[in-house]
Design a binder for this molecule. Structure first.
Ligand code: SAM
Length: 246
């Protein structure tokens, strides 16, 4: 078992490295990318990844291995009607859109349209833009409206949440009603740069420290929620899959 000092070193090391992988060895992560991810990464996703790399907020993008995971997951569960909260330039959105059938749908929400429009030409060129219904604005009021409408209850096969971590529990309260029984919700960043095990005096970036308690609260709440069964995977920055069972 790692000591607090070791955990602290790990947290600092990952801050220095600047990627979000939680693997102990950067060489191992590179091995996964080069052996199992990049060779099969569709050209359009690579193009979007390269384009996003030049953007000042590129730390926010979904990693290629997580994009590959989402793409496979959507095919495995035969998802057709999906939702994404937190689009940025659209890497996870495109990975999802590519996996969906021709008549599949993604309701995508983000407060920032500009970043979405940066990636949009790549999505259009890939021939999957027709699957996307982008809504600009904070997700909570959209979700409240959908709950109020009543017609969206239990209608989503898959929902991916990758936005403001301090609202994840608020999202959960709503989307648990919108995902169908047997459907899946994926919460991103649930290991939050490894900070979930950082000692109180760890040198965390300000935003990492701020959101950490919300992520811890979410993880504790998901673990005891009787309406779902979960699996927390150390892919990317940690993704918790929740299958609605009631
Ligand atoms: C980590 S990024 C999403 C990364 C994206 N999934 C990708 O593959 O690149 C988080 C996004 O959440 C958006 N966001 C933040 N607060 C939000 C809110 N209240 N409602 C909707 N989107 C929000 C931000 O604008 C940002 O684009």
């Amino acid at each position: 078992m790692a000591t607090n000092g070791e955990n602290q070193n790990q947290v600092s090391r990952h801050q220095e490295v600047g990627h979000k992988s939680l693997l102990q060895s950067d060489a191992l992560y590179q091995y996964i990318l080069e052996t199992s991810v990049y060779p099969g990464e569709p050209e359009c996703l690579k193009e979007l990844r390269d384009l996003t790399a030049k953007h000042p907020w590129n730390i926010m993008t979904t990693s290629a291995d997580e994009g590959q995971f989402l793409n496979l997951l959507i095919k495995l569960i035969n998802a057709k009607n999906t939702m994404e909260i937190g689009v940025y330039t659209g890497y996870s959105l495109l990975a999802t859109a590519l996996a969906l059938p021709h008549d599949g749908k993604i309701l995508a929400m983000d407060i920032n349209r500009e970043n979405y429009e940066l990636g949009l030409p790549v999505i259009q060129k890939a021939g999957v833009a027709h699957k996307i219904d982008f809504r600009e604005g904070p997700a909570l009021p959209f979700l409240d409206q959908m709950i109020e409408d009543g017609k969206y209850h239990g209608s989503f096969d898959f929902i991916f949440v990758d936005a403001d971590k301090d609202n994840y529990l608020n999202y959960h309260k709503r989307i648990i009603e919108l995902v169908k029984v047997g459907g899946v919700i994926g919460y991103d960043n649930t290991l939050w740069n490894g900070s979930v095990v950082a000692p109180p005096d760890a040198p965390l970036r300000k935003y990492v420290r701020y959101y950490r308690d919300f992520v811890l609260e979410l993880n504790n709440a998901l673990a005891v929620d009787p309406r779902i069964e979960i699996c927390q995977l150390p892919v990317g920055d940690g993704i918790t899959l929740c299958r609605r069972i009631s």
